[in-house]
Write a protein of this length. Structure first.
Length: 147
């Protein structure tokens, strides 16, 4: 192993991919378990340890939405203390609410939604995972056009 700038960049990129995959898997298990401890434990995941926050987490506040690369929206929200991760729900503005998609993120900054249609306006909301109830309410909806 020789290290160097390129090796560090590759390691960091691979770590981010792994962390994102684990958060997505954990979010899926949490949703499917639907607050049933037996179902959660049967997945191989451990239950969240007791002693966490005793109050529900507040819904996050979207600070800004900007355009990233072509077909990308980048979302920044005000960080929520004791948040384990963040979930973004989004859909085309003119699409039915049933067409919403979700993505999970480890932190509150630079949440990138990719593969969006250029010139289309998207409605998005953010939710925090963690706290005594497992998840916060969704944020107020925000609209932004993908470029």
């Amino acid at each position: 192993w020789s290290g160097g700038v390129q090796a560090t960049a590759t390691k960091n990129a691979n770590r981010l991919l792994l962390e994102t995959a684990v958060v997505k898997l954990g979010s899926y298990v949490q949703i499917e378990a639907n607050n049933d401890l037996a179902v959660l434990l049967s997945s191989g995941f451990r239950a969240q340890r007791q002693g966490g926050p005793s109050v529900p987490l507040p819904s996050p506040t979207v600070i800004r939405v900007t355009n990233g690369n072509s077909g990308e929206l980048v979302i920044n929200v005000k960080a929520v203390k004791n948040a384990r991760s963040y979930m973004v729900r989004y859909r085309e503005e003119e699409g039915p609410s049933e067409s919403s998609k979700t993505s999970s993120f480890m932190n509150s900054r630079n949440m990138r939604l990719t593969g969006l249609a250029k010139g289309k306006t998207y409605v998005l909301q953010v939710q925090v995972l963690g706290g005594s109830q497992g998840e916060s309410d969704w944020s107020d909806p925000v609209s932004h056009m993908a470029m």
